[in-house]
Design a protein around this ligand. Structure first.
Ligand code: FE
Length: 217
């Protein structure tokens, strides 16, 4: 079966946030959609290996912050490529509490959801949340998943429902610079005509320094 037609589906880029006891945590979610108006209900698919998955079950309330095209891409790097179990992902980014749930300030706004139901698939849980509150921070352009891939050159984390396996790990070089370096954490590829990255270089997605980069050519 050729599943490549699936790659043509459209998605947004969201930060799912939830309380782990008295500490905010969260992860990147791209498979989220509104499924009813009355009551307003949203479905989101989260990998069973994600720490946020068990936090949603315990807290029974979570938020989806809608990222915009101009947001700091390291938000995605931090929430998408490290585990909330051992990192305080909100440390570096502004957040505020709405109805007892953390939301990301550098977003268009957030939907606050109360857990109503869930469905298990082999690898992911689909959580159904009923909207109980919403906040709007600005009128920026929502980030689509295509924008994240094509403009920010971002990669898909292994836990994402839309992960494409080796194709997402692959070295899809788009320009013809002399050299390319790949971030071992988030997969971002930096192309340059110089044969090494500057000493103070930081990955634009996950903010790791140049020692985390391997030279592709
Ligand atoms: Fe990186």
């Amino acid at each position: 079966m050729d599943i490549s037609i699936l790659y043509k589906m459209s998605y947004g880029v969201y930060i799912l946030a939830v309380m782990d006891g008295d500490r905010p945590t969260g992860c990147v979610a791209n498979s989220a959609m509104q499924i009813t108006v009355e009551p307003p209900t949203v479905a989101v698919s989260i990998n069973k290996d994600n720490f946020s998955n068990e936090c949603i079950r315990k807290a029974k309330k979570f938020s989806l912050s809608i990222l915009h095209e101009a947001c700091d891409p390291s938000i995605i790097g931090s929430f998408g490529f490290s585990s909330g179990k051992d990192t305080d992902k909100f440390d570096a980014f502004g957040f505020e509490m709405v109805d007892g749930v953390p939301v990301v300030k550098d977003s268009i706004g957030a939907i606050i959801l109360e857990l109503k139901d869930s469905m298990e698939t082999s690898t992911h849980t689909v959580f159904l949340g009923e909207m109980v509150d919403g906040v709007t921070f600005n009128k920026e352009e929502p980030m689509t998943y295509a924008y994240y891939h094509n403009v920010l050159k971002g990669k898909t984390g292994k836990n994402a429902p839309t992960y494409r396996g080796e194709e997402d790990d692959g070295e899809d070089i788009t320009s013809k610079k002399k050299h390319a370096f790949k971030c071992r954490i988030c997969g971002y590829i930096e192309e340059t005509d110089f044969d090494e990255l500057p000493e103070d270089y930081k990955c634009p997605i996950c903010k790791k320094d140049r020692t985390y980069f391997e030279k592709l050519y």
